[in-house]
Design a protein around this ligand. Sequence first.
Ligand SMILES: C[S@@+](CC[C@H](N)C(=O)[O-])C[C@H]1O[C@@H](n2cnc3c(N)ncnc32)[C@H](O)[C@@H]1O
Length: 250
Amino acid sequence: MRCSHSLVLLLTIVAACSTSGSSPSSPSSPSSGSDGEARPSQPIETARSINQRFVAEDLDVDRFVGIFESESREVFRARDEIVGKLELTPGMAIADVGAGTGLFLESFAEAVGPEGRVYAVEISPRFLDHLRERSEREGLDRVTVVRADPRSVELPPASVDVAFVCDTYHHFEYPKETLASLLRAIRPGGSLVIVDFVRVPGVSADWVLDHVRADREAFSREIEEAGFERVGEIPVEELRENYVLRFRRP
Ligand SMILES: C[S@@+](CC[C@H](N)C(=O)[O-])C[C@H]1O[C@@H](n2cnc3c(N)ncnc32)[C@H](O)[C@@H]1O
């Protein structure tokens, strides 16, 4: 029962994240070869990119609150365990890159305490408005909302201890440039944590293979080539369709 709920939810997320009319053969679709090598998505400037729906002026934010913050979403159910595994301590600064509707903001704000800082980083104008409204409504005065560029997280150098990227790495249209900006933004010794979809040909559904452009090893290689050290997988019991990887900024 729970499995079929997850499947329906995941399908909804993928459908919602994809642009209408995209197909595996479409130049706008993220793709990966049978070799599992990462192939960059189309740039955001193209008409039908992976983030088109999110950057649209008519984005229905409430609809995405319903999609991202639903008990039938695996990451949502596992959110407390995920946050617990990040080893956040009072006074830390964390960036939620691709913060979306802001489902992690409250837990992050609580974990870093009054001396800490949470940066909610987004490229979507409507999500940015929503993140500001949400932080104000929930009294999260330690949250700073940051408008990112598709090529840069736009955070000051060495400003965060942890950068958290949940179901967003595969949305980076310029992974090399975005990773370079993350390397600058994370303090030496700090962490980059990636949560993304398990992508295994023959195991994952076709729509996962089509939507997520590469698997965990290909993403790891990209991140290590950008200058991060792989620390390892963070085991999260509740996750089946997603994995969590930690990297360190030397
Ligand atoms: C699938 S949603 C995930 C949202 C949230 N992390 C969650 O798990 O609920 C991906 C988000 O990443 C954002 N995004 C895509 N590329 C980005 C980039 N280069 N920098 C910051 N945010 C980005 C999109 O606008 C979208 O809100």
